[in-house]
Write a protein that binds this ligand. Structure first.
Ligand code: 26Q
Length: 817
């Protein structure tokens, strides 16, 4: 920051200045006075006062980007899981404490305001949260990055647990307005659907379409302790006509409004799954809607300072967060070739230099494909372009020697088998100069398995960039007790350079520090225990081992492995209550896709097990089981700092990276995990003796499957496991409905146990014994926990974004001086 900026900031950061701003914003922004203001009005006024302080930085950044004619990164993502903004912005500006005082001076409790802000939950899970961490890091590093996505009116559903079952409630997060966004009614683009194509002279035209407007909403993304900011631009659908006037004039008011409503549905809600065919078509419309608006916006911004497309690829990088925005490729081809009359070959060359793609899953069933018929009906011109790209690609490959017809069939962008489908990941690979996985293992398996043919054709295209998380939100903001302790010891610079945490390693034998470290954890556990007791009417011992598995509910993540172990432990305690058990609170949290039956049954099982365990007088504080409802960014910020143990127990080879694993280790939890995703790199970083690794490796999973895996044999040979599974099968936990969980039993024992829960059970139980043993020795546990925190430098999303910027996007930070 320059001296002038600093002085300006300091003047604006005093308690007095803030109090004046809030009062002003209450009057002129909200239109109320302090006497009639409700709590929501105070939140809004305070948020506007904060936003005002961001805008000056935002304008400056935008002006510098323009003057320096920088290369810009367009980060395209269907999901941005931002969470709350208020505290994040206060910390970025360095006005957290002054704001608390200013509000107190106005008679307002800041903590109450903080809790009232709804999460911007515009994402499902890891992929969406990663995008949010990346925005934070790009701004902090001064990388000129723009997030582009959809302004869903309804975000991720709110999860309620009613009689043990997940019930989804709509998340209308905009109910009380959104102080952080700027509607840009002057920035609108037409997005077309349907129609047909005709050849007019040398050019193709797309005609007879229906259309909808995409209107921009901008949110400022502050960098931490820098005047650099970035922009998240989200598109909202606006009908092209207010009303169908002819219907209106006929007196048919309903249908006059219906057409408008229908076309605006495109940005109505976030897709939590893709289970119904009608839903799938709307999903495709969403994908095209946002990339079309984004590509038009990108061209317009480029053309403001350039008269030809000659330097397009020098000035623009487009990144695809998974395949969901992949239609950006044919859309940009269409705009360049059909609208701006750039020759096909020139346009294609530019695109290949501009685009890059991140893959987030190895599971073949999760790879996106769209059937040719739907594409032909909704996006006829794009289908033609995809066919043309495919023809050229296949020609190129067959000209290289040694590629047989079988291989050509396998790598075709169009799957010709049965119903013809376009493979979106293949389109992304062919159009991108770099394709990356999200952890070392994932990137290796990607080129060995799902994209093996492409890795042979384009050996230099594939690379790895291991995921990361922002230390600002996931340590400084979520865990004030630990972060203030760290500040006392090593200063505050770790927020911008997480490798600084290495300095904590040498403090692990310093008893005063270890005591303070344990005390910080205990405070977080007490806060959580109180909250949970309040909601469940069950008491929780803050000195018990807090064991957390928090993530989407999915069979591959193996919440069932965890539950089975809980049941076995419960039976053991009942059999030997006199033994010296390490008390545990096992917590689960996570949402199930609304149509994912098995995932919902797993939630039910956790609920039923916790009912039984928590109310068994023989058990007492030795074991408690909790399902924490409505997991999301804000719940994560509350419970992750309170964890002792982090469960990262997916079947090896299935979790692309995981990022919750990083958040938990950064907050001083020890990991019990498989050699999967980023767990492997976490193991390297914190040291093998400070993590509990168990189970089959990815290679061992493959060979077990190849030699014939027989889960029933394991069931028959392990009496403790058999008892637990029989209890599940016979209704021990669900006496009112004994068959409730019989599918779980059969999935594991008779139907192949696809995710090898039983194969890893014994090793998991052994590793849990080691966990208990370590926890009995508080000093040893604390030392390992400190080693975990100290080793997390590599997992800052600043490191991740640095790699993307250097190796993939070829962009440099803005010069802020
Ligand atoms: C696709 C089509 C239709 C409807 C929905 C979807 C859809 C939506 C979300 C498909 C996938 C997702 C999300 C995937 C995801 O979150 N993957 C996770 O990405 C993280 C960040 O890289 C990794 O850490 C996790 O391992 C990975 O599971």
């Amino acid at each position: 920051m320059t001296a002038v900026d600093l002085e300006f900031d300091q003047l604006n950061s005093t308690v007095d200045a803030l109090r004046r701003s809030i009062s002003n914003r209450m009057m002129y922004g909200v239109g109320k006075d302090a006497v009639t203001a409700r709590p929501h009005d105070w939140l809004h006024a305070a948020a506007l006062a904060v936003r005002d302080r961001l805008v000056a930085r935002w304008m400056k950044t935008t002006r510098l980007q323009y003057e320096q004619d920088v290369k810009r990164v367009y980060y395209l993502s269907m999901e941005f899981l931002i969470g709350r903004t208020f505290t994040n912005a206060l910390l970025a500006l360095g006005i957290y404490e002054p704001m608390r005082e200013a509000l107190a001076g106005l008679g307002v409790d800041m903590d109450m305001l903080i809790d009232m802000e709804p999460d911007a939950a515009l994402g499902n899970g890891g992929l969406g949260r990663l995008a949010a961490c990346f925005l934070d890091s790009m701004a902090t590093l001064g990388i000129p990055g723009f997030g582009y996505g959809i302004r869903y009116e309804y975000g991720m559903f709110r999860q309620q647990i009613v009689n043990g079952e997940q019930v989804e409630a709509p998340d209308y997060w905009l109910r009380n307005g959104n102080a952080w966004e700027f509607p840009r009614s002057e920035i609108q683009y037409l997005v077309h659907f349907g129609g047909r194509t005709v050849q007019r002279g040398e050019h193709v035209e797309w005609i007879d379409t229906e259309h909808v407007n995409a209107m921009a909403y901008d949110t400022v993304i502050p960098g931490y302790a820098t005047s650099a900011t970035n922009t998240l631009r989200l598109w909202s659908a606006r009908s092209t006509e207010e009303l169908d006037l002819s219907a209106f004039n006929r007196g048919d008011y309903r249908s006059a409004v219906d057409a408008k409503t229908m076309s605006e549905n495109v940005s109505r809600l976030l897709y939590p799954d893709d289970s119904t065919p009608a839903g799938r078509e709307l999903r495709l419309r969403q994908e095209y809607f946002f990339v079309s608006a984004t590509m038009q916006d990108l061209i317009r911004r480029y053309q403001r300072t350039h008269s030809t497309f000659g330097r397009f690829a020098e000035k623009v990088a487009v990144h695809l967060n998974d395949t969901h925005p992949v239609l950006a490729i044919p859309e940009l081809m269409r705009l360049l070739v059909d609208v701006h009359h750039v020759p096909w070959a020139t346009a294609w060359k530019q695109i290949q230099q501009m685009f890059s793609y991140t893959n987030h899953t190895l599971m073949p069933e999760a790879l996106e494909t769209w059937d040719v018929e739907t594409l032909a009906r909704l996006l006829p011109r794009h289908l033609e372009i995809i066919f043309e790209i495919n023809a050229e690609f296949l020609k190129h490959v067959s000209e290289q020697s040694g590629h047989d017809a079988e291989m050509i069939r396998r790598i075709s962008l169009v799957d010709e088998y049965g119903q013809r489908r376009v493979r979106m990941a293949y389109l992304a690979i062919v159009a991108s100069h770099k394709v990356n996985g999200v952890s070392k293992l994932h990137s290796q398996l990607m080129t060995r398995e799902i994209f093996a043919d492409f890795a042979r054709v384009f050996p230099d295209r594939f690379t790895n960039v291991t995921n990361g998380i922002t230390p600002r939100r996931w340590l400084a903001q979520a865990n004030p007790s630990l972060s203030s302790l760290i500040d006392e010891q090593i200063g505050t610079h770790w927020r911008r350079d997480l490798f600084e945490l290495e300095k904590l390693r040498e403090l692990r034998h310093d008893t005063a520090f270890v005591d303070a470290f344990r005390n910080a954890k205990r405070q977080n556990k007490m806060r959580l225990a109180q909250l949970l007791s309040h909601h469940t009417k069950v008491s929780f011992d803050p000195d018990a081992l807090f064991d957390l598995q928090v993530k989407r509910i999915h069979e591959y993540k193996r919440q069932l492995l965890n539950v089975l172990h809980v049941i076995v432990r419960y039976n053991q305690i009942r059999a030997n209550p006199e033994l010296d058990w390490v008390p545990r609170v096992v917590m689960f949290a996570g949402k199930a896709a609304s149509a994912y039956r098995m995932a919902k049954t797993i939630i039910r099982l956790i609920g039923d097990v916790s009912e039984k365990v928590n109310h068994d007088p023989l058990i007492g504080d030795r074991l408690k089981v909790v399902f924490v409802p409505n997991y999301g960014v804000s719940v994560a910020e509350l419970i992750i700092p309170a964890a002792d143990l982090s469960e990262q127990i997916s079947m090896a080879g299935t979790e692309a990276s995981g990022t919750g694993n990083m958040k938990l280790a950064l907050n001083g939890a020890l990991t019990i995990g498989t050699m999967d995703g980023a767990n492997i790199e976490i193991c390297d970083a914190v040291g093998r003796e400070n993590i509990f690794i168990f189970g089959h490796t990815a290679d061992e999973v493959d060979s077990l499957r190849a030699t014939g895996y027989r889960p029933r044999q394991i069931y028959e040979e392990n009496p403790e496991l058999r008892m637990a599974l029989d209890q599940i099968r016979t209704g021990f936990f669900s006496p009112d409905d004994p068959l409730r969980f019989s599918d779980i039993f059969h999935t594991l024992v008779d139907w192949g146990d696809h995710y090898m829960v039983l194969a890893d059970f014994a090793a998991f139980a052994e590793a849990q014994k080691e966990v208990d043993a370590r926890f009995r020795n508080p000093q040893a546990w604390a030392e390992s926990a400190i080693e975990n925190v100290a080793g997390m430098g590599w997992f800052s999303s600043d490191r991740t974004i640095g790699e993307y910027a250097r190796e993939i996007w070829h962009v440099k930070p803005l010069d802020m001086s």
